[in-house]
Design a protein around this ligand. Sequence first.
Ligand code: G3P
Length: 220
Amino acid sequence: MKIFLDTANLEELRKGADWGIVDGVTTNPTLIAKEGKPFAEQIRRISEIVKGDISAEVVETQADRMVQEGRELARIHPNVVVKCPLTREGVKATSALSKEGVRVNVTLCFTPAQALLAAKAGAYIISPFVGRLDDIAYTGMDLVRQIVAIYNNYGFKTQVLAASIRSPVHVVEAALAGAHIATMPLKVLEMLFNHPLTDKGLDQFLKDYQKVFHEAPVEG
Ligand code: G3P
């Protein structure tokens, strides 16, 4: 499963990319607005930090204008994937952009029926929002499982990106569900490393080594 960071913050991206395990980035208008920098410039700077797909979302809501905006976003960098919302106009724009070879991430997906429409429109990625469904007492990961099953039934090439990830459990469940990608805030990625027995075991190894060799381990 690919690991993406769900942020437009350059500091967070540098920290995550430094571990060598981040495969891409997702942004949305809220995350871009939070940085307060010119959109295209921010996406360009992100592409210098993470060498993978970067999702950049249109803010137009009418299909023809979304297509125009999508073409402009795709011209920012070859790694840009254009994000379109799962509305009637968004699906129409996805169909048009996909036919032109522009890769589209269809976002704000909350039902398997919506995901079916996105795949039929030629979407490169579909983004079911797990955490936002959990917020209203649904089991958001069921949506990921259903979409993976439907896409496998018909051989759709659309990648399933588990979005609105809130915890390490979401990441593990997304992998078990067969999601192609999980996108998460830096703080969730950081939690994936944690286990007390790993820390305790390393402490003991180092103590045992120093007891015998009375010297600090060779620093890399
Ligand atoms: O970027 C899309 C999505 O992952 C945002 O999720 O619910 O954390 O705002 P949320």
